[in-house]
Write a protein that binds this ligand. Structure first.
Ligand SMILES: Nc1nc2c(c(=O)[nH]1)N[C@H]1C(S)=C(S)[C@@H](COP(=O)(O)OP(=O)(O)OC[C@H]3O[C@@H](n4cnc5c(N)ncnc54)[C@H](O)[C@@H]3O)O[C@H]1N2
Ligand code: MOO
Length: 399
């Protein structure tokens, strides 16, 4: 199989996936940050009834016409209503009901006076001021009118949305299901952090850098762990995820070595789309499908895995999620440091970008990851480029 360009590889990957649109119903509290699967409109007015904004007394404002401090009106207190209670008898002119903030305004009342502004003695209330109709009064639907569009399909729910939906009594909402991603590492040389180091072994760093990167981008990968360098065993493990995840990412086992098992795995469980992309690092990546699941087998070298995740897998994630803002941005910048190697093929190197300038770390090896710490960009170097002196204008990819 001939090596293909990065652009062609990405186009082939994108041809296999489409935006996830299936809905699932989740408890409202779990819906924060999720995208609504359908429009939500208010099924009723909120508040559902006219209510008092104060602790005080409610009555017909008409009873206070012409009243002042020297000539207060005397009303008869006929009952009391706290928030959550419901005073269900009509209140006649000249009567009042003690009402607490949030209490429903009873029939016959159209205003509320603050407790501090009146005097109560037994069943008698002295109101020393004129009140207007609807003074200190909240109308039903003041917050949300029945029929109001609360949030459109596709809206990413914020805390305020959750509150508004809760006020409509919704215990669950329909949201677009999450993009499902599984990640695994291959390699008999790998140990999980926490295990004792042994001769010839190294710790599995790729699972953590990829898992971390996916989380940084807002995804929640299924972290499988280490698959053995055994085609049958690894194939069986990966096949379990067929159609259960949208994207299955592995690292390692894609080159031409004795234990580069991913070729055998792909032959056993799926259909290969490509092997080898014209770029460094991570050129030997394999892409494949098994059922509806897309697999990308990234090379095991830690920087190769890191870089090809951004260059190959990230566009797939943008497509699956529909989150255009997750796409890498391209820019131009001026190198402040030299890159001493010539680049026969297309090359991406780790870098730190700020204010139009791009700095390079010392270490660029494909097997080295530590120098990525603090980097936020790749410099994209075209095939056939001589060593780069400081001051060179370069194309960069902002991560
Ligand atoms: N004869 C050839 N050898 C190699 C070629 C080639 O064209 N001809 N290509 C080289 C290139 S380029 C790359 S990139 C690597 C790709 O190798 P694999 O993807 O098959 O990866 P592995 O052999 O499994 O591992 C490479 C390297 O990375 C270490 N590794 C693997 N997984 C992890 C992990 N999860 N955490 C930390 N480190 C990991 C592994 O121990 C190896 O050192 O092939 C070249 N060879
Ligand atoms: O493609 Mo590899 O990551 O350069 O060693």
């Amino acid at each position: 199989m001939q090596d293909i360009s990065l652009e062609k590889a990405v186009a082939m990957l994108l041809a296999q996936v489409s935006r996830v649109r299936e809905a699932e119903e989740v408890p409202l509290m779990a819906a924060l940050g999720r995208r609504l699967a359908e429009d939500y409109s208010a099924p009723f007015d909120n508040p559902p009834f006219d209510r008092s904004p104060l602790d005080g007394y409610t009555f017909a404002s008409e009873a206070t016409a012409g009243v002042d401090k020297e000539h207060p009106v005397k009303l008869t207190i006929i009952g009391e209503e706290c928030a959550g209670q419901y005073f269900d008898q009509p209140v006649p002119l000249g009567a009042a009901v003690r009402i607490m903030t949030g209490g429903a305004i009873p029939a016959g009342c159209d205003c509320v006076v603050r407790q501090e502004d009146v005097t109560a003695a037994g069943d008698t209330l002295y109101v020393p001021q004129e009140l207007q109709p609807h003074e200190n009064y909240c109308f039903a639907g003041e917050d949300i009118r029945k029929g109001t569009l609360l949030a459109k399909a596709g809206t990413r729910l914020t805390a305020a949305h959750l509150g508004a939906l809760a006020s409509m009594g919704l215990a669950t909402v329909k949201v677009i299901r999450k993009v499902r991603i599984a990640i695994a590492s291959t390699g008999d040389e790998l140990l999980q952090p926490g295990q004792p180091l042994a001769p010839g072994k190294i710790y599995n760093s790729n699972l953590y850098s990829l898992g971390g990167r996916l989380r940084e981008l807002g995804f929640e990968p299924e972290v499988i762990g280490i698959l053995p360098d055994d085609v049958t065993a690894a194939a069986a493990e990966i096949a379990k995820w067929q159609d259960k995840v949208d994207l299955f990412l592995t690292t390692g086992g894609v080159s031409v070595g004795k234990k580069d098992i991913m070729h055998g795995v792909v032959a056993e469980i799926g259909k290969r789309l490509f092997w080898r992309v014209c770029m460094k690092p991570g050129g030997p990546a394999i892409a494949y499908t098994f059922g509806k699941t897309l697999g990308i087998a990234l090379s095991g070298n830690p920087f190769a895995a890191y870089a090809t995740f951004e260059l190959l897998a990230r566009p797939v994630l943008v497509e699956l999620s529909g989150e255009e803002k997750l796409a890498v941005r391209q820019a131009q910048a001026v190198l402040t440091d030299a890159f001493p190697k010539a680049s026969k093929g297309r090359r991406f190197i780790r870098a730190y970008y700020e204010n139009g300038k791009v700095r390079l770390p010392q270490q660029h090896a494909s097997g080295s990851l530590f120098s990525v710490v603090g980097c936020n960009a790749f410099v994209s170097i075209p095939a056939g480029t001589d060593p780069l002196p400081p001051g060179t204008k370069v194309d960069i990819i902002l991560l």
